[in-house]
Design a protein around this ligand. Structure first.
Ligand SMILES: Cc1cc2nc3c(=O)[nH]c(=O)nc-3n(C[C@H](O)[C@H](O)[C@H](O)COP(=O)(O)OP(=O)(O)OC[C@H]3O[C@@H](n4cnc5c(N)ncnc54)[C@H](O)[C@@H]3O)c2cc1C
Ligand code: SF4
Length: 334
């Protein structure tokens, strides 16, 4: 590994200035921000990331959760996953986010991991993490070892012939169901990107995972105000009960009136190349009566375009059952 220079950012403009020198904010960037370090340091040890400069952003004033006057919730990019999960407003009004965060990693990791770092965590595809293997995401044009290889845990939605890696985050699935907005500050100023437009499917550029440009710093995430008593569930199915990534997960945000679903958001994890919002499932549910047959029809719609690989065909039915059960749990809530 090359030696890297370590810089402590004194303020947001200084942090951006340091990172704007990077050739790209994506895979292989020469300058990297470091927050909790639980993704970046792992990848540096594996030789997958080799930045020449690491900019420590931990002292920036981005560690607060605040309710805004218009009812939105503003979450600083440096809020630790454990603090966010246990924040009183998040626990009560955005419980799907709390549930998703607490289903991820371990208590120690959640104490370090940040909101911005979790958004940008990298795939757990074993070939991406092994620099002896061909991987288009790590080294564009080198090929994809997973398509003909061990792909049991990989994606069935949003894949391409060049990459089938899943986005591994639990938090991102909840943020997608909550229709979060990502606030970015970069060399050209500030901008806001709805989470549905933030992540990119791999296509023929799997090394580019999101819309960030060189020097862009995620500063905040905002969540819209929700109606009181909205029903929220995050259901995560995995090989073991803790310290494991999702094979399939579902985040549900719903409102029921007169026995019918008058508002519903469905997002999936563990099956998509990005946190996967299912507009097809939402359409199949909107205005319909709360019953298992409707839920199953929505699940069928969500997985309609699934393209399983040699070892992950089981995920199609697993994801359907995950959606059906998550909807049942959500709508059973008092
Ligand atoms: C053993 C293990 C098990 C895990 N299990 C799970 C799990 O079950 N579910 C799950 O969801 N996650 C899991 N994780 C992943 C964990 O949630 C992430 O590693 C963590 O959220 C990353 O946050 P961080 O602050 O440590 O990121 P860092 O490692 O500091 O940064 C990650 C990336 O984001 C960039 N970055 C960080 N902050 C910003 C910012 N504000 N603006 C722009 N760029 C930024 C960095 O440059 C880097 O490229 C696991 C991790 C480990 C090691
Ligand atoms: S699935 Fe994507 S990350 Fe995994 S080996 Fe193929 S190109 Fe690399």
């Amino acid at each position: 590994m090359e030696m890297f220079k370590y810089t402590q950012a004194a303020g947001i403009p200084q942090a951006i200035q340091a990172a704007a020198q990077s050739s790209t904010a994506q895979q292989g960037a020469q300058v990297r921000f470091i927050a909790g370090g639980t993704t970046l340091l792992d990848l540096m040890k594996l030789n997958v990331e080799r930045p020449t400069q690491v900019v420590d952003i931990n002292r920036l004033p981005l560690d607060k959760v605040e309710k805004l006057p218009d009812g939105r919730l503003k979450i600083g990019a440096l809020v630790r996953n454990s603090d966010l999960a246990h924040d009183p407003t998040v626990s009560s009004d955005y419980s799907v986010l709390s549930q998703a965060l607490l289903a991820g990693a371990s208590a120690q990791l959640r104490n370090m991991a940040t909101t911005g770092g979790n958004l940008l965590q990298r795939t757990r595809c074993m070939y991406f993490r092994n620099d002896a293997m061909a991987c288009n995401k790590r080294e564009p044009g080198s090929g994809c070892s997973a398509i003909e290889g061990d792909n049991r845990t990989l994606a069935i939605l949003g894949t391409s012939k060049d990459c089938i890696a899943t986005n591994p985050s639990d938090m991102n699935v909840a943020l997608t169901a909550l229709e979060a907005t990502i606030h970015i500050q970069g060399p050209k100023g500030q901008r806001e990107v709805p989470i549905g437009e933030f992540f990119l499917v791999p296509g023929n550029t799997p090394q580019r995972e999101n819309v960030l440009e060189p020097g862009d710093l995620i500063t905040f995430v905002t969540l819209p105000a929700l109606k009181p008593n909205s029903k929220q569930v995050y259901l995560k199915l995995r090989d073991r009960a803790s310290y494991e990534f999702a094979l399939s997960s579902a985040a549900i945000v719903a409102e029921v009136s007169g026995g019918k679903l008058v508002f519903v958001r469905v997002a999936l994890g563990g099956v998509g190349t990005k946190p996967w919002r299912s507009l097809e499932a939402e359409k199949a549910l909107h205005g319909k009566a709360v019953d298992e047959k409707t839920f199953r029809q929505a699940a069928e719609a969500a997985l309609h375009g699934a393209q399983p690989q040699s070892e992950n065909g089981f995920k199609v039915e697993l994801a359907k059952r995950c959606i059906t059960h998550a909807l049942t749990l959500a709508t059973q809530q008092a």
